[in-house]
Design a protein around this ligand. Structure first.
Ligand code: LLP
Length: 387
């Protein structure tokens, strides 16, 4: 990825830090918008993937809306200049204060996850003299065939309104006078690489839209959420994900009424490949099991995905480019946790103290999930167009 072409500049910066390839970001956004645009689809960016202000700025300039899951994300999107009507707000636990703030900001839509939440929004909107546009987030019970920690659309999940309850919810909605039900919302999981999962989703969506329409709901949009996966194993081979196939699949499988808008909320596929975590090798040692351990100066505090999900982020030694000088290493972080291991037994150009390394595909759910565990400083961001 780009870091190998600008290693001399990166070597001057104090590690660890996130490095963003802004050209790749722009190319990715352009591709997503072009492919979605073929069918008139709208794309919102899932701010949770990365709320870096420079990234939000590029996303806004590329013409996407913002998908938020907290009052603070709504605020970040509004401050980044997103048109409030292009902001949607999902989340299983919206507080009263967050709902009030989002209503006052004039956001485009609340994606609602329970009948009780609908009642609360109805009450608050009434008190504020407003009407709220809402979409019902239905849990369609589709297995996304991904890691269980990032599956959201199966029957036993905390997300969305159970499809078993829609009848009850539909009846109660008629009494909520401060809500406009404009559509249905779905999000079944993340890092989905098996495209047939999205086909199943389309079939469920078609029948749910039909069900609501038959009950007299005049829906004007469906939101299919996000979830498109990226290639963590070989990021160089597909730096821009396959948006063409992805959007064409929906075009092929959705059977919706005329004039119905189709929305998406993509996170990882838009920003995942443009970010890398740059670190330095601190120490080498051999443990009692005979494994060569390389300790780098990053940890789960800066990038938690390997510790939390066993996620794979490909490593490259930026300082040692000699293909004849390789070894097998277990690459670990500095945090006082046994799970703070980036890669086990990976073959990589020999890692020596002081070498600069990159952990790739870290643009999504990297910086945004960083913590101050062990009192580490939050990682800095470096942008390619500043070098
Ligand atoms: N919409 C909703 C309602 C979501 O909950 C999510 C992600 C998205 C859209 C965007 O999904 P994406 O296109 O990024 O797959 N921290 C985990 C991922 C959690 C995803 C949470 N929801 C990870 O690092 O893999």
């Amino acid at each position: 990825m780009l870091s190998r072409h600008v290693t001399d500049s990166l070597a001057l910066i104090r590690t660890p830090f996130y490095f963003y390839d802004m050209e790749l970001l722009d190319a990715t956004l352009r591709s997503a918008m072009r492919e979605a645009g073929r069918y008139g689809y709208r794309v919102h960016y899932a701010v949770k993937a990365n709320f870096d202000p420079r990234i939000l700025d590029r996303v806004r300039l590329a013409g996407l809306g913002a998908d938020c899951v907290s009052g603070n994300e709504v605020r970040a999107a509004a401050e980044a200049g997103f048109d409030p009507r292009s902001i949607v707000y999902a989340g299983v636990g919206k507080s009263d204060a967050e709902i009030e703030y989002a209503l006052a900001t004039g956001i485009g839509c609340f994606n609602c996850e329970s009948s009780q939440e609908l009642e609360v929004i109805d009450r608050i909107a009434g008190r504020m003299g407003r009407r709220a546009d809402v979409a019902l987030r239905i849990n369609p019970d589709v297995d996304p065939m991904t890691h269980r920690h990032i599956s959201t659309g199966h029957a036993d999940s905390k997300f969305g309104i159970s499809y078993l309850e829609i009848e009850q919810v539909a009846d109660r909605l008629h009494t909520m006078k401060n809500l406009n039900v404009i559509g249905l919302h779905f999000h079944i999981g993340s890092q989905i690489t098996q495209m047939r999962v999205f086909e199943y989703l389309c079939h469920r969506v078609n029948s749910l839209v039909e069900w609501f329409t038959a009950r007299g709901f005049r829906l004007s949009m469906v939101n299919l959420g996000g979830g498109l996966g990226i290639d963590y194993l070989r990021p160089e081979e597909e730096p821009v994900p396959g948006f063409e196939t992805y959007f064409a699949l929906f075009e092929h499988n959705l059977a919706l009424g005329e004039g119905m808008e189709v929305h998406f909320e993509l996170g990882r596929s838009l920003v995942g490949q443009c970010g890398e975590l740059i670190a330095r090798v601190l120490y080498n040692k051999t443990n009692a099991a005979g494994r060569q351990v390389a300790v780098i100066d990053a940890s789960m505090s800066e990038l938690i995905r390997p510790a939390l999900y066993g996620a794979h982020h490909a490593i490259e030694n930026l300082s040692n480019r000699n293909p004849g000088d390789q070894g097998v290493f277990t690459v670990v972080g500095t945090a006082c946790e046994s799970s703070d291991v980036f890669l086990r037994e990976v073959t990589v150009n020999t890692l020596r103290r002081g070498d600069l390394v990159t952990l790739k595909s870290a643009g999504a759910y990297g910086a945004s999930m960083a913590s101050r565990y062990n009192l580490h400083a939050l990682p800095a961001a470096v942008y390619s167009d500043d070098l």
